[in-house]
Design a protein around this ligand. Structure first.
Ligand code: ATP
Ligand code: MG
Length: 622
């Protein structure tokens, strides 16, 4: 059984790789599903198939005596098929299970039995809930409710079933208790099956595709959007951007979709909902690429950092950025909804996959790419740290860590900052995005978040109420590893005391009351879970405590965060002992009572967990 990937383990493993290419490969190995996890998904799909076949039969009305001799698997029946990340080659531990329920065989069965004399008898549908339902005539939301009902009542272990009829592609959402998987079932969405197979084909065509997509997906996830907590773009859109980038290298790494259509054989021809989805199903039909480039990740950031997103249409079919059609041209009225980021679906050509991306997110995406490209040019990206510090991909995946800053900040400052971001985001489940420095407010809260030993931590009375201007101190340099090793940073690398530029900033949103009842949940997790419970890594335990609290609050992501604040960290103190002070500025001011509660909780929680994250304190309950 594979070790769980607790907080910090990914970074630790990546730091030990020899170079960035090795880190990229290792990333895939660490994140992808294990054989056991794949088997669980397969079993779940089989279970769903069994249940749905009972309720949505598709066999032709054979007499019972003959029906027995036809193997069940070869009879036409409704089908439940996985698509998306479980099967497209970009699977990650715990990724959702996207399923397609194909009801066409059942609809055909119903049509044939309705037309036949003595309609209804012998079809196998008469004892099912379909006996007085005409699926083909049923409005889509009712079909979804029907599927939701079957899931709720008949699939063991399925919980939190909810139909979402208003989505562009309506789905039924569910969770499966024993496997812990969450998933969506969509109905009759065959385009999804084909675009999944297309992504899979691209992973088979060139071995650089998977590492690059994994790295870009994780990077984007870590640039969490402050208002929604989600990634910059969804994973499908990000993957298409990477594939487009690979089509446009010189020479190309991947063929265009138009070229794939030319290479398709007769057995590969498919038209779905009027769209030509023909491409070879077998990778052996593709011409191998002559491109031998490495460092594709930094090139990706470089290309999209300078890309004119609103002024062009990204076309995977042509493998080119096309000029926008003039407003009166027929293509626009054909339906491609133009916006700040125009990414045409490879098959459904009138669909802009990034249609829901607003201007702010599109320009943030460009900015994040530029920051990442800049970081990729640095020595810290290209060379392994001899002192065991974060380097290469590791820093790229830490929010705020690649933000370009003034030269005065030393690496220890960034280590404390990335630890703060990690605790806020990964342990306390806040949205936390690198942001602009907050304007000097009159009402603010400051937390000493340094890694000083406990006797030097500020006492309750050192930290003033959130309405006062007193920072929270979270770390001190002399207790960081290099100090304990007896080495000191060169003077020019030391942060200057109280310099206003020495600040890292984040825009944060708190979505759950993760500070309430932690002790009780922690006790339950430590004593109640047996061998599956969290191991001795106390940060992993803290992460699980937050997850349990979030779960207790319900599955729905709240529409609004409970709290918003800007956080800025800066270095302060003397040359002998530098500290990191974290200032919280609530929005709006004056702070709500809830913000005060959160602030008081952070006063003790954050310094302790930051020290633990930096490896300065043994694991254990705070
Ligand atoms: P994960 O679920 O881990 O985020 P994924 O690879 O499953 O990653 P999703 O974004 O969930 O990616 O997309 C799964 C499938 O859903 C895609 O293959 C595609 O068929 C469909 N899909 C998702 N987003 C869009 C979109 N914006 N436009 C069209 N189809 C989409
Ligand atoms: Mg998915």
């Amino acid at each position: 059984r594979r070790e769980p990937l607790g907080p910090g383990r990914l970074e630790q493993a990546l730091c030990q790789a020899s170079d960035v290419d090795a880190q990229m490969l290792q990333l895939v190995g660490l994140l992808e599903l294990s054989e056991d996890e794949r088997r669980v998904r397969h079993l779940l799909v089989t279970l769903f198939q069994e249940v749905f076949t009972e309720f949505f039969p598709g066999e032709s009305p054979l007499p019972a005596s003959r029906s027995r001799h036809v193997p069940r698997a070869t009879r036409p029946r409704c089908a439940i098929m996985p698509f998306g990340s479980s099967v497209n080659g970009f699977d990650t531990r715990g990724c959702d299970l996207d399923l397609l329920l194909d009801l066409e065989p059942t609809k055909s069965l119903q049509a044939s039995t309705q037309d036949a004399p003595g309609a209804g008898s012998g079809s196998g549908a008469e004892d099912s809930i379909l006996s007085d339902i005409d699926l083909a005539a049923m409005p889509a939301p009712e079909v979804l409710e029907l599927v939701a009902t079957v899931l709720r009542r008949c699939v063991p272990g399925v919980r939190r079933v909810r139909a979402v009829p208003t989505a562009r592609r309506p789905v039924v959402k569910f969770c499966h208790k024993q496997s812990g998987l969450a998933g969506d079932i969509s109905i009759d969405n065959r385009l999804a099956l084909l675009n999944t197979r297309f992504l899979q084909l691209c992973t088979e065509a060139d071995e650089r595709v998977r590492p690059l997509v994994y790295a870009v997906r994780l990077w984007a996830k870590q640039q969490g959007n402050p208002s929604g907590g989600g990634p910059l773009l969804n994973n499908y859109a990000l993957t298409l951007l990477v594939l487009f980038f690979l089509q446009t290298r010189s020479p190309p790494v991947l063929p265009t979709v138009a070229r794939l259509r030319d290479l398709a054989g007769d057995e590969d021809r498919a038209v779905v909902a009027g769209w030509d989805c023909s491409f070879p199903r077998d990778v052996a039909s593709l011409e191998p690429s002559t491109n031998t480039e490495s460092s594709l990740l930094s090139e990706f950031f470089h290309v999209f950092g300078d890309f004119d997103f609103p002024g062009q249409v990204i076309s995977l079919r042509e493998g080119q950025a096309l000029p926008l059609p003039p407003p009166t041209a027929p293509e626009t009225s054909d339906g491609l909804k133009l916006g700040p980021l125009n990414l045409q679906d490879p098959f459904e050509l009138n669909h802009n996959v990034a249609a829901n991306v607003n201007e702010k997110t599109a320009s943030r995406f460009g900015r994040c790419c530029r920051d990442a490209a800049k970081y990729c040019r640095s020595l810290q990206y290209r060379h392994k740290s001899s002192k065991g510090r974060a380097w290469g991909l590791t820093r790229l995946f830490q929010p705020g860590a690649v933000e370009p800053g003034p030269g005065g900040r030393g690496p220890w400052f960034w280590e404390v900052c990335t630890a703060i971001a990690f605790i806020l985001r990964d342990v306390l489940k806040c949205s936390c995005a690198a942001g602009k420095p907050p304007r000097a407010p009159s009402k603010e809260s400051k937390l000493p978040v340094d890694s000083a030993p406990s006797e030097e931590l500020p006492t309750e009375s050192d930290v003033e109420e959130p309405s006062a201007a007193e920072p929270l101190s979270v770390g001190s340099k002399r207790h960081l590893p290099e100090a304990t090793n007896g080495t000191t940073l060169p003077a020019e690398k030391r942060p200057r005391t109280n310099s206003p530029e020495e600040a890292a900033t984040w825009s944060c949103a708190v979505w759950h009351r993760v500070w309430t009842g932690r002790r009780r949940v922690r006790r339950q997790l430590q004593h109640g879970d047996g061998p599956e419970g969290p191991d001795g890594d106390s940060l992993e335990l803290e992460q699980k405590v937050s997850e349990a609290i979030v779960q207790q609050e319900g599955t729905e992501q709240p529409l609004q965060p409970l709290l918003r604040f800007e956080a800025s960290a800066r270095a302060a103190g003397t040359r002998r002992e530098m500290r990191v002070l974290l200032r919280l500025v609530p929005s709006p001011v004056p702070p709500s009572p809830l913000f005060r509660d959160f602030f008081h909780f952070l006063q003790s929680f954050l310094p302790a967990t930051v020290r633990r994250r930096l490896g300065q304190e043994p694991a254990g309950c705070p």
